[in-house]
Design a binder for this molecule. Sequence first.
Ligand SMILES: C[S@@+](CC[C@H](N)C(=O)[O-])C[C@H]1O[C@@H](n2cnc3c(N)ncnc32)[C@H](O)[C@@H]1O
Length: 157
Amino acid sequence: MTIKLLAIGKTDNKDLQALIDDYQKRLGFYIKFEFEIIPDLKKVKNLSEEQQKQKEGELILNKLNATDVLILMDENGKQLDSVGFSSYLQKHMNSGIKRLVFLIGGPYGFSPDVYQKANGKLSLSKMTFSHQMIRLFMIEQLYRGFTILRNEPYHHR
Ligand SMILES: C[S@@+](CC[C@H](N)C(=O)[O-])C[C@H]1O[C@@H](n2cnc3c(N)ncnc32)[C@H](O)[C@@H]1O
């Protein structure tokens, strides 16, 4: 199985990018991992929030394969602890799917079309994080999940 993390908007912050690069590299030792950024929309001044979400949604849906399992990162989604998340990953790997896609929305969240296409929603907290920071938190949780599955001494229960 491949895990893909799809997000909207490039990170300009070099420190954040360096941490993402570090965890992305570590995660790559455990699983085929793809991280793709859809560039921010241009000329958004004249677009309402709804129109912006709709356009982002079209770009997102174009990136998906028919067989992908799509999980939206959403503060109102299902909450798991890290051990539970490692089991969640194992369950998806056992199910024989080709690619598990975790999607991080833009500043205003997801369009109705994207919600409709989703197979599930996952929350990292009831608090809202920036669309830039959540990608680091998610990659770290993926890495942590695989260290738990391998019984490696990164996660302390
Ligand atoms: C600034 S938030 C958007 C918040 C917006 N109110 C919404 O309706 O989603 C940007 C993106 O970060 C992700 N995100 C932020 N906090 C999260 C959390 N606690 N758990 C999971 N994803 C989160 C979601 O993918 C969200 O679409």
